[in-house]
Design a protein around this ligand. Structure first.
Ligand code: KG4
Ligand code: ZN
Length: 332
């Protein structure tokens, strides 16, 4: 079964072709980072206009790489939320057009569910597992019992982890998006140089909070001369990252033990972070737990994870109608 996946929920235009839910024949992503970088964040209107320009060439490239035509596709999966409504509509409208022209079944995919299941593109992980989904827009913890069975364990009470990375990167002049740049810079810094505060959420909760760390970095920079902190920039990046990683790892390990689960899965753009992967693995090893991390290209937004999730639902007989609308605030 050949499934075409299409993803346009935020600022990446992506298309993928997946065979039988496991073999990736093509996975093409066109990033708009350069367009949004001067603004320090995604500008919704620019994002949707860019998707319109990119979507057909990206679709062609995916089909060409896979060596197939639309006539060979058996089903289509497209992100219909959550995300920016103008961006979502570009992918969704394209897919409805193709489905109509070729008489193909299609399913709308929840972007969050696709991040949670992305691990199955490369690893044979059995259910149940605890999944930490940390991206630019979300920081969530789920007990994943099966495809379609997700118990919400916790989430951020304010900023998402990726948002904190991007805002701190902007403060120290690293551009947008800043997660990868902080990750790289932190490798040359001392993570014990500055002791930034960790948010402690009350006992029994698996929630997160990242607005405090962002403010703490801002106060730290303001209380110093710019020349002084510029010399210290790698130490600041490493110390900030250490605090974020601590705040992500602690509730994840606690929740996994409390639910008597043996496996942890990382998901979302922040899951590409090298220190998060390292520290979570260290703590998990101490507790006798296994950690599964997708390759960085499957942590950040991609259409292979959309095709995989769509495949799972198409296989179960789900079909969506042409009246399916984009849902910017879709939850899991
Ligand atoms: O999942 P994603 O591509 O898009 C959303 O659905 O939000 O995540 C993007 C987020 C951005 O905030 C970006 O700075 C962050 O993931 N990110 C990272 C790294 N790579 C991407 N954060 C920390 N370390 C990284 N290596
Ligand atoms: Zn995402």
């Amino acid at each position: 079964m050949l499934v075409l996946g299409v993803e346009t929920s935020c600022d990446d235009t992506a298309a993928a072709v997946l065979r039988d839910g496991s073999t990736i024949l093509a996975n093409v992503v066109s990033s708009q980072d350069q367009i949004h970088s001067p603004y320090g964040g995604v500008v919704p209107e620019l994002a949707s206009r860019q998707h319109i320009k990119n979507i057909l060439p990206i679709l062609d490239q995916a089909l060409q790489t896979a060596g197939v035509g639309l006539q060979d596709i058996n089903g289509i999966a497209v992100t219909y939320g959550p995300g920016l409504v103008g961006s979502l509509l570009v992918g969704l409208s394209l897919v409805k057009g193709i489905a109509f022209r070729w008489g193909l079944p299609f399913v709308g995919v929840n972007h969050l569910e696709a991040h949670l299941l992305a691990i199955h593109l490369e690893h044979d992980v059995s259910f149940p597992y605890v999944a930490l989904l940390a991206s630019g827009g979300h920081t969530l913890l789920y007990l994943v019992k099966d495809v379609g069975s997700y118990d919400h364990l916790g989430g951020t009470r304010d900023d998402a982890a990726g948002e904190a990375y991007d805002k701190v990167a902007k403060m120290i002049g690293l551009g947008y998006p800043g997660g990868r740049a902080i990750d790289d810079l932190a490798k040359t810094g001392d993570c014990r140089a500055v002791r930034f505060p960790r948010a402690h959420i009350k006992k029994g909760s698996y929630d997160f909070s990242f607005s405090g760390i962002k403010t703490a970095v801002w106060h730290y920079l303001r209380s110093r001369d710019e020349r002084q902190w510029r010399n210290q920039i790698a130490d600041i990046a490493a110390s900030f990252q250490e605090a974020v990683v601590d705040m992500l790892v602690r509730p994840t390990i606690k929740a996994t033990i409390a639910h008597d689960v043996k496996r942890i899965v990382l998901a979302g753009g922040v899951a590409a972070n090298s220190r998060l992967r390292e520290k979570l693995k260290e703590r998990a090893d101490e507790e006798g737990l296994e950690v599964f991390s997708p390759a960085p290209k499957f942590c950040t937004d991609n259409a292979a994870m959309i095709a995989l999730t769509g495949y799972q639902w198409l296989k179960r007989g789900r079909r969506d109608e042409f009246c399916l609308n984009a849902d910017a605030d879709l939850t899991l």
